[in-house]
Design a protein around this ligand. Sequence first.
Ligand code: PMP
Length: 295
Amino acid sequence: MPDSTLYWLNGRLRPEQEAVIPVMDHGLLYGDGVFEGIRFYHRRPFRLAAHLQRLADSCAAIRLTLPYTREKLAEAVDEIIGAFPEENGYLRLMVTRGTGPMGLDPAGCTRPNAILIAARLEMVHPELRQEGVRLIIAATRRLPADGLDPRIKSLNYLNPILARMEATRAGAQEAVLLNGQGRVAEGSAENLFIVRDGLLATPRPVDGALAGITRGIILALAAALNVPAREVPLTPYDLYTADECFLTGTGAELIPVREVDGRPLRHCPGPIFSTLARAFHEQVERETHPEGQAT
Ligand code: PMP
């Protein structure tokens, strides 16, 4: 399959050889930067305003000035989607602190770098989307929320990467990270939900969950569909004994889980998962289909 990845850097689309960042960029030297992952469907970005808001919040939290207005970033998104060879895909929008002298002080970094990449993304094999994935509970913990607020989508993903490596070694597709207190936080790049006795439950941001945009949509859809839902502390036991479990994220969309640490779940895909997944995809169509309500 030909590589269809596109690159936009600091104001314009560029060929891959020109889409380069200097080695002295503090994003590379120190992971000093933030990002968003955004999907587009029918050449329309899904929930772009929410992603741009979260990016602006991440920037504010680390005192990084967004080098472009949200309007300009939205134009860049339109431009890269327009040039992409397919109707659906994934965008990675990053802002780094920029180039500066060696040393942690970012005062010498005067110009942040803004990067936008459009690519295909297949998080899991389509068959696994149907059958469900295997999870392990990783030994690697989520960084404590009082060390680095999980709402900052920073460029440093070492903990989730280490957790994913554990999953792969164990023959599983995804890892669950616990926080320092042993409570479930989330997957490596997804939020996690369980269903028990008809109740939908997901960990709270204070327990280390990112306030995921997909997570928010699922909670809103659950409310609209009269599925009782709660943000509650969860432990590995809750996962082992759940009726259903699934992961949510921009890249993941909704992925059912069939096994946690070798314990098969009762239903996969379960009825509540299936109801919410259908409602989610209908919502995506409503918001991105060129004919609006026509789904
Ligand atoms: N948790 C983490 C750590 C993530 O990186 C992501 C993906 N951005 C998510 C959860 C899911 O969030 P969203 O639905 O906003 O993509």
